[in-house]
Design a protein around this ligand. Structure first.
Ligand code: NDP
Length: 263
């Protein structure tokens, strides 16, 4: 029985076990996927277990995607460029860190009707998921990315990785074609982003990385104003599917049943 894990803190909310165990069953694999709350002192022991093949794969979530890097032996180019790892496995006896959030975001956007090529994008937030989003947007050939974060220094430090990033103060807004909420505001139903978006003169596309609740106030307001919207559910499903493919060699089926499983 192969063992897989998602590690983070908090971890209770993670739906990764439901998703992976569903696909494991569907593909008749001898494996089990669990979640584990960890702290920084657990990294070494967990990576040793990968090396000794006691654990076959690990997903990493908040707040450890960067911190885990120094314990790994090799990074994929995507993990290197974003300094963010969400999927770990053993390859040629080396513990490798990869980032499937990039592909998750890219495929989720491709599933929508919105074509990002040549568009101006505005991102709210500068947390762990943001380097993956910026990397994917650049790969998809957007025209410009402007970012705003409550803590300005965190936004500025992203310029080390992404030189062309434009930054504005929290509360400021620049016109754009697509707005992404990549903050955790909205995880609670009562959460509201206190930004006065000008009533749009042209339709925009609003994307929220959050998928539970299904429709945050950010998306509700955007929809009321006549904009197109999408939440982060597909991104979550696709990042998991990419990890599943790496670990088990099969791309899992993504269908209505999967979407309902997460609702
Ligand atoms: P982090 O904890 O690293 O970052 C949180 C971000 O939210 C920071 O930019 C923080 O700003 C901002 N923030 C939090 N509270 C407030 C507030 N009250 N006012 C203003 N800004 C605030 O989280 P991640 O980047 O890892 O994740 C962000 C969100 O994305 C989460 O909701 C997570 O669940 C979701 N996510 C979804 C994925 C998917 O597949 N759909 C994948 C990964 C994440 P500051 O820097 O000032 O603290």
């Amino acid at each position: 029985m192969k063992k897989y894990l998602v590690i983070g803190d908090p971890i209770k909310h993670s739906l990764s076990p439901q998703l992976h165990n569903h696909w494991i069953k569907k593909n008749n694999l001898k494996a089990k996927y669990d979640k584990q709350k960890i702290n920084n002192n657990d990294f070494k022991n967990l990576i040793d277990k990968i090396k000794k093949k006691e654990i076959s794969g690990i997903n990493v979530t908040v707040p450890f995607k960067k911190q885990i890097i120094s314990f790994l032996e090799k990074l994929s180019p995507e993990a290197e460029k974003t300094q963010s790892v969400n999927t770990i496995y053993l390859e040629n006896n080396e513990v490798v860190g990869h980032n499937t959030d990039i592909k998750g975001f890219e495929l989720a956007i491709k599933d929508t009707k919105f074509n990002v090529v040549g568009k101006n994008v505005f991102i709210l937030g500068a947390g762990g998921v943001v380097p993956s989003i910026i990397y994917a947007l650049n790969k998809m050939k957007v025209s410009s990315i402007t970012l705003s974060n409550r803590t300005l220094s965190k936004a500025e430090s992203l310029r080390i990785l992404f030189k062309d990033l434009k930054i504005v103060n929290w509360g400021q807004f620049t016109d754009c074609d697509m707005i992404i909420n990549a903050t955790s505001i909205g995880l609670e139903d009562k959460d509201k982003i206190s930004l006065d978006f000008p009533t749009p003169n042209k339709k925009k596309f609003f994307f929220d990385v959050i998928y539970n609740p299904k429709e945050t106030n950010f998306l509700k307001t955007a929809k009321k104003q006549g904009n197109d919207t999408a939440n982060g559910k597909k991104m979550f499903i696709y990042q998991a599917a990419e990890a599943f493919k790496i670990w088990h060699g099969v791309y899992p089926e993504i269908n209505q049943e999967i979407e309902e499983l997460l609702d």
